[in-house]
Design a protein around this ligand. Structure first.
Ligand code: HEC
Ligand code: HEC
Length: 377
């Protein structure tokens, strides 16, 4: 959906300073979905409110809850998925669990700029944070190549991340299902039948859907606790929604348009081009769609919890949040497919500091994965 209507919508949202979200909230809508932002006529003849210069002081979009599972065995699947997420025996050589690359101390992403798989093999991309991944719809990985959490888990397990290989997944599932700590959880989730690879990915996906970040200072502030964001963070939120134009892609309440659009939202932000031979640049979304307009485009990541998930971008090329924010507010690295939304926003050092404070501290996620007492890196 990276087309002109999206740009127009995004610009409208930014320009109206959240007026579209305000309208939705007033209607009792949840603020989810890629809504058109079209305001219905108001029944009472109240004067049209002038858009406030400070959207932070208006009504802010609040996060809708994830739809509850209707599966009576869901809790048991979540418990099994939790155990499997931390189970190194799931990998080809017993060295990596899912958690090895998606750690709480790294904001549910990875510490290495480029992830390191079993056998010390360097993978082409950075491990992303997994906060609120259950909200994503048909778009997993930086390039959106997996269309469900289950498909993503299967690919991670069979491919470079865990290295098992497609043809060995069933045998691996049977082996892991027999582990002393796992067997009772498996039985509770799936009964007595033979363990299958599909059960592994179903349980992992059920567990991943529980990683919800919905109690950031922003969320509390949006719900009416006006002390939840500091003055500086409120100013930073204003910059985010107006002059910085961050809202166009990192749209509240998800802080990514990708969680509000089936199939995700992808943009070329010029990341991965600097100092590189054009032939060596990661083509990103183009690998999935084979469209030239998707060259070098990557999924817009959520900014919820971003302060903890350094280093940044699909190639882990930026170590500090303030530098990632500064880059995003700049004209970025020129290349033939750079999104037109990147240009120098002319933010002052004070505005950049407020913006970084909001993005970092204002969107900090409490909690994380529940780490078992016997976890060893
Ligand atoms: C060796 C490190 C490593 C391990 C182990 C690993 N991952 Fe990842 N994970 C990554 C990397 C790197 C990516 C991004 C790859 C890409 O986009 O091409 C990723 C992407 C993801 C995504 C997509 C996130 C998004 O924003 O779309 C999910 C979900 C995920 N991993 C879950 C898992 C699960 C479940 C496991 C265990 C089965 C796992 N990971 C094991 C490194 C790892
Ligand atoms: C045109 C869409 C667009 C706009 C506008 C935009 N971003 Fe981004 N942002 C992206 C994309 C796409 C990425 C991932 C780029 C990559 O890794 O190749 C990203 C990544 C980031 C990251 C790193 C997140 C991570 O987990 O690695 C931060 C921080 C960020 N943006 C903040 C901002 C801020 C602050 C603004 C406003 C000044 C902004 N962005 C404006 C699309 C956008």
């Amino acid at each position: 959906m990276r087309n002109t209507s999206w740009i127009a919508l995004s610009l409208a949202i930014a320009a109206l300073s959240g007026a579209a979200c305000k309208k939705k909230a007033a209607d009792g809508g949840g603020g989810s979905g890629s809504g058109t932002g079209t305001a219905a006529p108001t029944p009472t003849p109240t004067p049209t409110p002038t858009p406030t210069a400070r959207p932070s002081q208006g009504t802010l979009a609040t996060l809708p809850p994830l739809p509850a599972s209707t599966d009576p065995a869901n809790a048991a699947k979540v418990a099994l998925g939790h155990a499997l997420f931390f189970e190194k025996q799931l990998s080809v050589d017993g060295t990596k669990a899912c958690y090895s690359c998606h750690l709480n101390e790294n904001g549910t992403g990875g510490a290495d700029p480029l992830a390191i798989g079993p056998g010390g093999k360097q993978l082409p991309r950075h491990s992303p944070a997994l906060w609120n991944i259950g909200y994503a719809d048909g778009a997993f990985y930086w390039d959106g190549r997996a269309d469900s959490l289950e498909a993503q888990a299967k690919a991670a397990w069979a491919g470079g991340n865990m290295g098992v290989g497609d043809d060995k997944l069933e045998a691996k599932a049977a082996e892991v299902a027999k582990l002393k700590a796992i067997a009772p959880l498996w039985k509770a989730a799936f009964g007595d039948g033979a363990a299958t690879a599909a059960q592994v990915t179903e349980a992992l996906a059920a567990y991943e859907r529980t990683l919800v970040c919905n109690a950031t200072p922003y969320d509390k502030f949006a719900a009416g606790d006006k002390a939840a964001l500091t003055e500086a963070q409120q100013r930073g939120l204003d910059v985010f929604m107006t002059k910085g134009m961050c809202t166009a892609c990192h749209t509240p309440p998800h802080f990514t348009a990708a969680h509000m659009t089936k199939g995700g939202v992808y943009w070329n932000a010029g990341v991965g081009y600097a100092g590189k031979d054009p032939a060596a640049v990661d083509i990103g979304r183009k690998k999935v769609t084979n469209k030239d307009t998707d060259m070098g485009a990557f999924k817009v990541p959520t900014l919820r919890g971003v302060s903890a998930s350094a280093p940044y971008f699909h190639d882990g090329s930026v170590a500090k949040l303030e530098d990632a924010v500064k880059y995003m507010a700049s004209a970025a690295t020129p290349n033939p497919n750079l999104s037109p939304l990147f240009n120098d926003k002319g933010l002052t050092p004070a505005e950049l500091a407020d913006l970084t404070d909001f993005v970092g501290n204002g969107l900090a996620c409490p909690g994380g994965f529940e780490v078992p007492a016997d976890w060893k890196p």
